[in-house]
Design a protein around this ligand. Sequence first.
Ligand SMILES: *Cc1c(COP(=O)(O)O)cnc(C)c1O
Length: 363
Amino acid sequence: MRSVCAAAPQLAGVVPYDPKYLPVTAVLSANENPHDVDDEIRRDIMREVKRLPLNRYPDPLANDLRDMIAEANGLDRDQVLVGNGGDELLFNLALAWGGPGRTFLNLPPTFSVYDANARLTNTSVVDVPRRADFSIDEEAVLARVAEGGIDYLVVTSPNNPTGQLASETFILRLLDATDALVMVDEAYFEFSRQTMRPYLAQHKNLVILRTFSKAFSLAGARMGYILGDAEVVREFVKVRQPYSVDAVSQAVARVVYANRAKFERGILAVIEERARLIEGLKRIPGVKPFPSDANYVLFRVENAPVIWEALYERGVLVRDFSRAAHLENCLRVTVGASEENDAFLRALRDAVMGKCDLKVPST
Ligand SMILES: *Cc1c(COP(=O)(O)O)cnc(C)c1O
């Protein structure tokens, strides 16, 4: 058998993404909605899916869904584009605005996908790290873009995994200070209730990313979208895989989007549980939660990898960021259903108090 020549050089050292899903009772590691789509909406989904011609290619641009999203946001169809999850649109961003000889400005610690996509597309990465409290070093970012040579940046608001919103005033200053494309990643905007959408009309270099995966319980169906200037959207269309969003996902997303008001109660419940979770974390000695505008809470604790393991042994899966740059001893917990949050707080208290090897019956 012949051997095979090496893969592209930018893949050297890249570690494939692994969400580290493990069988547990409380999955609090991926910022998903704790509640699945309800039965009534599911029935409508099934009816729609039943009627689909599966032998035909889907509408590549999902225009029916695009129109629904455009109308809800006071935009035209050509200012909206859907993707196979927000992740595909982030990759398209790197393809369309990055590439050899081009530069991405990153604000770590933040969503690791941005840096990975830049590397895969041979885009140079300039880091302007956040401050110790994870706020954006605004003056440093403005100074760096003023130097020139930045082609695109992503401002994650609220930021994942740290949890806080970026300041609207800062984003507006940034949009005026550069002609780089500024993507504001609003994957969690339903929980923060703040959006840059009203500023789209005045800023051609602003593009907003949203997803159905978090507030709308559709992480399994893969659907995300961008809102932006029609000319910017057209560049994204050029690089996208024409059929990346399949007919079934389009149908599922249409029904969910039409029923989006029904998700409001669940979103409010998450916001309430978030406050309770932060209070609970503050009451555990040695645990420092960071403020959050999203559906997860980052916290710092001594010996985080050991604590992570102890939580896992008690059936609670959280996300370990302790080996990531700037996130020493940090774990991130997704706001789950209240029983899950209680189980997490109990397990964490036991782990921190050194009782993690006691076999306490779980409730
Ligand atoms: C979850 C997430 C996304 C998009 O997720 P998809 O499931 O691919 O839609 C984008 N940005 C951030 C910061 C996220 O946390």
